[in-house]
Structure formats: C-alpha cells, structure tokens
Design a binder for this molecule. Structure first.
Ligand SMILES: Cc1cc2nc3c(=O)[nH]c(=O)nc-3n(C[C@H](O)[C@H](O)[C@H](O)COP(=O)(O)O)c2cc1C
Length: 487
C-alpha cells in the first residue's frame, strides 16, 4: 500500500473510558432512528469482506460464526460484507443474485439475532462490479489478448505483414517504444490487467447498465428482505460500478455522466427501483464517498450534492467512506488483479498508522460533517454514518456532541475487538484491545485470504472446538469475552 512520504508514526489513544454510569448517559449509546429502523445505540460496524464464502458465493459456517461473533459485542448495527447482486462467479464473496442464496443468508440473520439477544440490527451491503482481469504475462498479452489494429500496423510500418509478425515485433519493444505504438488504454491493460469502465459504452453490456441495474438491485433487495435483514445498504462507494457512475471521471454522454445531475441519475434510479421492491417501511440507504481522493475525481462539494439528492429522494441513512479507487492503484504482480486500496486514494480509505501530519484517525470527519451540514441546511434529518480511524470513546462521543455525525462506524477497531461496545458500555473500556492500524487485515483482503486480526488470530490455538484456517495457523474468530459485571 502507498504511504505518505512523511512516515510519521501514530499510535491509537485510549482516551478516557467512561464509567458504566457515564456510558449509560452517553450519546453514543443512545438510540437513533434510521427511517423505519431504530438502532439501540449509535454504533455501527461497516461492511468488511472476510473472504469466507464458498467459491459459489454461498454462506458458510465460517461466515455465520464471524457475524455472530461481532453480534456478541452488541453494536447498534452490523452491515454484512459487499454481496454481489448478479448470479455470476466471483470467488469466495457472498452473492444474492438468485433465490438459492436466501436460506444461507437467513442463517446469518438468525445467528446475529441470537448472539446479540435481538439488540443488533443487521443490514446487507449490495454491490455490482465490472470485470477486471489479472495482470498478464507480457508474452501472453501480445500473443492472445491484444487486438491488432491498423494503428499498430501504421505505427510499426507493418501495414501488410501477417498478424503473427506484428505480435512478434511488439514483443521485442521496450516500454518507451511500446508507448508510441499502443494506446494509453492498451498500455494500461498490459501494465495493470484489463479493467472495464462504465464509460466503455462501445460494449453493449456496459452501455445497457442504466437499463439493467435498477432491476438487478431491486431483485437483490427483495431477496434481502426475504432473508430477514433489517435493511439494505446500496454500495455506491469505492471502486465499483455505482461509485463509478457518481465519479467525476464518468463522462458518459447518454445522460448518465458528465454533470452532477447526470452522474447521480442512475444511483437515484437504482434507489427508486429498490425502494419500490422493498417498500417504504424498510430501511434503505447507501454508502458513498465523501471524497474520491483522486486527481480530477469527485470532491466533497460533489458529495454534498449527492448526499442532498439521496436524502431528498428518501434514503433512510447515508454512510460515508472515502477513496479506495482503481484509478491510482499500484501495479499488481503478474497473475494478480489490481487492488483499489494500494494507491493514495486507498490510503485515504484505510489509512495506516504510518502517516502524515494529519494522521490516520479521522481523515473523513470534516468532509462527512460538511456533507451532513448541507443535508441539515435543507431541513432534512437523514442520519449520517461516519467511519475512519475511530477507536476510542472520546472520538466517537465528540463527533456526536459537536453535531457532526449521527452514527459512528468502527471497522478495523471492531475487527481488533468485537467486544468494544459491550466493554465500553459496562465501564470496562480498559479491557479494549485497540486496533494498531497496521493493516494486517487489509493485506489479507488484498491477497484474497481469510481476514483475521493479528491481535487475536494466534492466541489459544489449542482451544477445543475452534475453527481455524486450513493450515491450522490462525483461529477465525477471537475467544469469547465475559464481562466482570453483567452488561
Ligand atoms: C478487510 C476489510 C474489508 C473491507 N470490505 C469492505 C466492504 O465490503 N465494503 C465497504 O464499503 N468497505 C469495506 N471496507 C472498508 C471499511 O468498511 C472502512 O470503511 C475502512 O476500514 C475505514 O474504517 P476504519 O478506519 O474504521 O477501519 C473493508 C475494510 C477492511 C479492513
């Protein structure tokens, strides 16, 4: 992952942990209404992909145990990982693209209800993504993937040569020479692996996205409700299809790009379609970017426009993330796909403890507060979930006290200690295992390996009955924690 050149080391702070009585009166542990959905507390575990589904996208016992373990800590809400709306192979990521996935998803719902004694509300993040290929061996790229065009022939002065000879010639060129022959896009396909964009409207399946996505999302939404989830988060953030429509880089000329209005059009149409499928009495919101954090990308002002448009349309909550784009991702190794959290925008999404003067804690606070203020100025009260580097009580409580957020997201911190919420509520904050923000979890995600946390995955490996990674070296969930006084 890219890191800021300043290389300043930051440490998470314990801050002041409240007593049980103080916690009982804290804003953080007060209820909040997200449209029809009431959360018992303003604590939220944002979506995190743990790479625990089957290759066919079904829920496994590992998924169930994982979410039940988070639920045991009783956060106000958990959003389960980005779950694909299409019925297409996508590796061990959850899917909701067919009714056959409903029974497995329902098991997660039941397990979360039981483990949280009915306290935690469970939402599902639903996602669409476009195709991305692995970075090819150059030889394979020139032999198989590259389509030889008249431009290549002209640049090489090989107008009449057989295609095979053109391919052979290309293989002999160095990078600078190739740059004069290949298009920018072809150079990128070679360097990074080919990746579809929403602007590839010459491809029929990309051109028709505005016609097919509303239904695909709506059907997935109907399934989510049938599976028993309390609500849905539309994934409009990071590097994926819907975020790409919102992006300032989206210059589609068919009314679904260019202006702010054009970029917001499909996300609003998808929302309306899902709303029609799930009804008004069901929590439906989205996650989007407070800032794309890429050159020429959407800014916080753009995000304020989108936030207002989503709130006016009737979304029940808005969850804000930042960055995480393919546009500035680092070159992957040959045989690997680009990962959207490796460049500067990826850093903004999951900042590492080695940082700049701003540090890794709270980079998203000001932009999120700005977007929320724009929504409030319009007289709307849509709750805004703010995430990014929150690990202690003071940070969270201050955001609420200052009227800068409504719900606080704890992603990596809840991975480090899913009992954070119970511990702090019962006055045992000093027992919290703080996240060290070294991105051990994110590195596992990058390699598509089962996500765990270094603070607990090697502890008590001989505990009877625990589930482990296939090599037996890591446990899959942290050991249970029992409060010294009942919570
Ligand atoms: C392992 C891992 C997987 C993630 N998967 C998702 C995801 O599926 N959807 C999403 O919107 N964000 C995802 N994120 C981003 C987090 O939800 C969160 O925005 C980010 O970690 C910053 O919050 P934090 O500082 O509290 O960790 C993931 C983060 C991690 C560490």
């Amino acid at each position: 992952m890219w890191r800021p050149p300043q290389k300043i080391k930051w440490k998470p702070q314990t801050g002041h942990w409240p007593s049980r009585e103080q916690a009982a009166g804290a804003r953080l542990f007060s209820p909040v209404q997200c449209g029809p959905l009431r959360l018992a507390t303003r604590t939220w575990i944002p979506a995190m992909v743990p790479w625990r589904a089957t290759e066919d996208g079904f829920v496994t016992e590992d998924n169930i145990e994982w979410y039940a373990r988070f639920a045991a800590g009783k956060p106000g809400a958990i959003v389960i990982e980005a779950t694909g709306i299409r019925d297409v192979p996508s590796g061990p990521l959850l899917r909701i693209g067919h009714d056959r996935f409903i029974p497995g998803l329902r098991k997660i719902v039941d397990a979360v209800r039981e483990a949280s004694q009915g306290e935690t509300r469970l939402l599902i993040q639903i996602i669409d993504f476009l195709s991305i290929r692995k970075r090819p061996e150059p030889q394979r790229f020139f032999e198989r993937f590259l389509r030889i065009t008249d431009q290549h022939r002209a640049a090489l002065k090989m107008q009449d040569a057989p295609e095979e000879q053109v391919r052979q010639r290309l293989m002999t060129l160095d990078t600078a020479e190739l740059a004069d022959v290949l298009t920018r896009r072809e150079m990128e396909d070679l360097r990074m692996g080919a990746r579809e964009r929403v602007t590839d409207v010459h491809l029929p399946h990309i051109e028709e996205l505005p016609r097919v996505l509303p239904d695909l999302f709506a059907t997935a939404g109907r399934r989510a409700r049938e599976a028993g989830f309390d609500g849905i988060e539309l994934h409009y953030a990071h590097a994926y299809t819907m975020a790409s429509f919102l992006s300032a880089v989206n210059q589609r000329g068919d009314g679904y790009g260019g202006s702010l209005e054009g970029r917001a059009r499909l996300p609003l149409e998808v929302y309306q379609s899902v709303r029609a499928a799930v009804g008004q009495d069901y929590a439906l919101g989205c996650r989007f970017l407070a800032d794309e954090c890429i050159p020429g990308g959407s800014t916080v002002e753009d995000a304020a426009y989108f936030g207002l448009a989503f709130a006016r349309a009737g979304m029940d909550f808005l969850s804000l993330s930042r960055g995480g784009k393919f546009d500035d991702a680092q070159q992957p190794d040959i045989g690997w796909s680009a990962y959207p959290y490796t460049g500067p925008s990826g850093y903004e999404c999951m900042p590492h403890a080695t940082s700049d003067e701003k540090g890794p804690f709270g980079r998203n606070f000001d932009p999120s507060a700005h977007i929320r203020a724009a929504i409030r100025a319009d007289g709307l009260h849509t709750p805004v979930v703010v995430t990014g580097g929150v690990h202690n009580f003071d940070q969270a409580e201050q955001l609420l006290a200052d009227d800068r957020a409504d719900v606080i997201g704890f992603a990596r911190q809840s991975l480090a200690d899913p009992d954070w919420f119970t511990k702090v509520r019962c006055g045992q904050g000093d027992k919290v295992m703080l996240c060290s923000y070294t991105n051990y979890c994110e590195a596992l995600d990058e390699k598509h390996e089962v996500v765990t946390c270094k603070h607990w995955d090697r502890l008590n490996l001989d505990e009877p009955g625990i589930r482990k990674t296939p090599d037996g070296r890591r446990r899959l969930i942290p050991a249970a924690w029992t409060p010294e006084v009942s919570a």
